[in-house]
Every structure is written in structure tokens, then in C-alpha cells.
Design a protein around this ligand. Sequence first.
Ligand code: PBG
Length: 333
Amino acid sequence: MTIGRHPATRFRRTRKSDAMRRLVSENTLSTGDLIWPVFVMDGTDQSVPVTSMPGVERLTVDRVVRAAEEAAGLGIPAICLFPYTDPSLKTELCEEAWNPDNLSNLATRAIKTAVPEIAVMADVALDPYNANGHDGIVRNGEIVNDETVEALVRMALAQAEAGADILGPSDMMDGRIGAMRAGLEEAGHVNVAILSYAAKYASAFYGPFRDAVGASGALKGDKKTYQMDPANGDEALRLVERDLTEGADMVMVKPGMPYLDICRRVKDAFGAPTFAYQVSGEYAMLKGAAERGWLDGPRVMEESLLAFKRAGCDGILTYFAPEMARTLRARGA
Ligand code: PBG
């Protein structure tokens, strides 16, 4: 394609008014694109602010149900649960992960009873239940893969039993998608979807999240033997292909904004439902700067989320979900 020369071509013609800009706009963000991650804690009728994530709170199950009602009312299609587990329940073998009545499963059941129309996504990884903060079982200093996968399958089955619509394996063990899919089929949970954290990087942007779920103190070492090296791109494509082959319905790139190139490559290569997780550190950066008056909060929120659509994502996990949904609603979008 050749582009006509000035003045035959003036790109500013299609930017001259709001009407013209709306006509030629290539991407749209809508409430239907949002998944809202929420933090669940024990107790009744309480919430505790997460210091490093202004505006985000840990909620007791009854309050999570109210949050889910609010989200459904706003048109947000899915809510994703992360439990803040009491340290006394964290063990080396992470048994609490497959307790049918653990915090995450209680919250899932409560939400599905009160607000059945919202999709509940449950995170599959051992870190909230692990005495050493890792996503897998540790033996002699090694995060062991296959034993972890067995534990993850038990965890996933308990979550499906509790009524989760979507399972989000965020552990980055090899072979977990295939094992979970086989387990789900065998147990009759044939319609439970898997949104695989397929390309999850060993990122420093998860810092505030680890505070929110109380995993920072517990974590010994780093997650570099299972999460991806930020230097790699081709490997992300191989991981996505592997997970889709093993039975993932949707795939995720995480974190989001520093990895938009990966989102685009994944979407172009596979055309599968592709999600990005705008993680806690990304949220904290934008909120923190906005609180100081250094950035226009509402505008950077929207610009950052629209960027994911432009990069080819079908949806975004974001702590901004309710705020963004309210903005879109106020605009009549
Ligand atoms: C752990 C998990 C993490 C996040 C989601 N699931 C943190 C980690 O891998 O250490 C991060 C989410 C965020 O930072 O918002 N399985």
C-alpha cells in the first residue's frame, strides 16, 4: 500500500472532531472484556485495605458476594478469586489447596448461589497454601514438577466441585493443563473452562499481589525455575501452543503492559481467546502516580486497558474492572 502525499493525504482530517475520531476508531474497550480479581479473607462483614494497591481491599466471603453482585450489575462477566490464607493453614504439602471448604471454594459456592450469572474463575496454584510461598511443592530445595501437578489436579477438582466456571492455572508447571483436563473429563466436569496462564513471566510486578495474599513473607527465593525469563518471546508461543493442545480453552499473558508484544504475537499465531493480566504492580504504578497528582488516573486507566485490545487481547484481568465499568456505564458505552 502506498500512502498519498500531502496534501492529498491529510491524516488530521479524520481526527478533526469527536465524531470523525469515533468513526475511524479501530478498537473499543467494553465492560464485557473485563475480569475482576478480588482478594478473599476469613471473617464476616469486614474489609482490609491492601496498602500497596490503593482502592483494593481484601474482603470477607459475605462482602465478596456483594462485590460479585455489584460486578454483575455493572455487566462485568467474570470475577477471579484469590484467597488470603491464614498462615496456620500453610503446610509443606499444601493440603488446604484441595479442602472442599477452603476460603476460595466457600467464596465460589456463595457467589454461585447468590449471583449465578457471573462467571467465577478460581486460581490454580499452591502458593496461598504453601509454607514456603512457592507455586509448587518443594523437596530438598527443588520445586518438583510432577508431584505438584498431581496436587494441582486435586485442587482443580475441588474448585470445579465448588462451582467454578473457569480454572486459571497460574503455577507454570509442565503438563498441568493436560492433567487437569483429563481429571475434569473423568469427573464429569466437561464444561469447566481452563484459562491457562500460559506465558507467565518471573516478574517483579507481582510484588503488591504477594502482599495482598500474604505470600511475600513466606516466599523463599524466586520463581525463576518455573516462571518465564522476561528476555524470551518465542518460548511464549511454544507454551501457548502446548497449553492449547493439552486442553486450555483460553490463554493468558502475564504481566500485561510490559508484554504487549507477546499478546500480539500470541493472538496472531493462534487466534485463540487471549487475555492479559494487568497485574498488581501495574495497577500500583498507575494508582500511586495518580494519587500524587502525577498522572490523570481515569485517563491512564482507560488508555492502559485499551492498549490490550489494540494488542489483540479479547479481555483483561484488571483491578480497575469496577472503576472502568462504572466509567463506561456513565458514558453510556
Ligand atoms: C500466584 C499468582 C501470582 C499472581 C497471580 N497468581 C503471583 C506470583 O506468581 O507470585 C500475580 C497477580 C498480580 O500481581 O496481580 N500463583
